[in-house]
Design a protein around this ligand. Structure first.
Ligand code: GLY
Length: 360
């Protein structure tokens, strides 16, 4: 089968680990070419295809057929959709299945789905037999622009989200933009919160594109992934500039927890970005136009901007944030549109930021 025109390709290479290089491919219709694309990177082998019940019904047959036609032998493993599946129990069940199926280090794991499937699959691949290669095939906008890129993999613990984690970079990331056509509108908006985040961090081209029109999906995803690629290449292990990607996430994570995860990640990040930007305006390090521009964009993409929780509720959770280091926490703070900077503050100062950001 001949491949369609070359997809948009963003290449990631980590200067400190010269053997780690991979492409992120972005194009409509890529799912039916997964097998051929993989065969240029890896000889035929066994593949554990991890997906969830919703995505299985939509796309697993297409991917399985493509892999099988290219000579790969596929074992499918389906988990229920939703965050609860990123559990230790599911991790062990998956590891046991891979062992029972006698997958070896020359075999592969493929994650087909959103962030939950990508995180669980990536983490499993990171620890099975001290690490096997894996492929990310994200099917949500959020997973395409964020979770599938950069090698953060994790499961949740009872004490919190993503607390059991590892860096494990994929061998290939394949984003078929046709998958976005089947997303419920609120799941699409969720991904747009992360897109807006990239624009606020350092991408004025993306910001203008979002503000002035209806962006072409391939182009929009490419811009986000290029932004993330730059940060990951400079700081794979999240000790420096990569922390800019936490814009809206420190308070956003507290909002998710306070809501018992009934408020989605994207909605919480949207509210978190408003809170930190308003706090920056009140501290005179950011102007009011930046906050107004952010609010306009969030409204345009149907994202919430008002947080239903109090400063006390939010701070009680944020104080134990995973991003805290000793008595300090590093916050990503917008100074302007497309100009977010890292600011390290004593943990108590976070309460003042939240208080300032909550009130008009
Ligand atoms: N999702 C944020 C990061 O990959 O660093």
């Amino acid at each position: 089968m001949s491949l369609s025109p070359a997809p948009v390709t963003v290449s990631v290479s980590l200067p400190c680990r010269p053997t780690v290089k991979y492409d992120i491919l972005i194009q409509a219709g890529l799912l039916s070419t997964v097998g051929e694309r993989l065969s240029s990177l890896h000889k035929p082998c066994r593949i554990l295809l991890l997906t969830d019940d919703v995505v299985e019904a939509l796309y697993a047959d297409t991917v399985t057929a493509s892999l099988s036609n290219a000579g790969f032998s596929v074992v499918r493993h389906v988990i229920p959709h939703g965050e609860a599946s990123k559990s230790g129990e599911n991790l062990l069940t998956l590891l046991e299945k891979m062992a029972t199926e006698q997958l070896t280090r020359s075999d592969l794991l493929v994650s087909l789905g959103g962030g939950v499937v990508g995180d669980l699959g990536g983490f499993t691949a990171a620890i099975y037999q001290r690490g096997i290669p894996f492929i990310q095939i994200p099917t949500t906008l959020l997973a395409m622009v964020d979770a599938s890129v950069g090698g953060k993999t994790a499961i949740d613990l009872k004490a919190g989200k993503n607390l059991c984690d590892a860096f494990h970079q994929p061998l290939l990331v394949i984003c078929d933009t046709n998958c976005l056509n089947t997303l419920p509108p609120e799941i699409f908006s969720d991904g747009m919160a992360e897109v807006i985040k990239y624009a606020m961090i350092r991408d004025s081209v993306l910001f203008d594109l979002l503000k002035n029109g209806s962006p072409n999906m391939e182009n929009m995803i490419r811009l986000c992934v290029e932004d993330k690629r730059t940060l990951v290449e400079e700081d794979e292990t999240d000790k420096g500039v990569r922390q800019l990607l936490n814009l809206g996430h420190t308070v956003g994570h507290a909002i998710e927890v306070c809501s018992n995860f009934t408020i989605s990640h994207g909605s919480a990040v949207a509210m978190g970005m408003v809170i930190i930007t308003r706090a920056a305006v009140k501290s005179d390090i950011c102007n009011g136009d930046t906050l107004a521009a952010l609010l306009d964009l969030l409204n345009k993409y149907n994202l919430p901007t008002e947080c239903p929780f109090t400063v006390e509720q939010l701070f009680a959770v944020a104080v134990s944030d995973k991003k805290r280091a000793g008595g300090f926490i590093t916050l990503a703070v917008p100074y302007d549109v497309a100009d977010t900077r890292l600011v390290t503050v004593p943990i108590d100062a976070l309460e003042n930021y939240i208080r300032a950001g909550l009130s008009e």
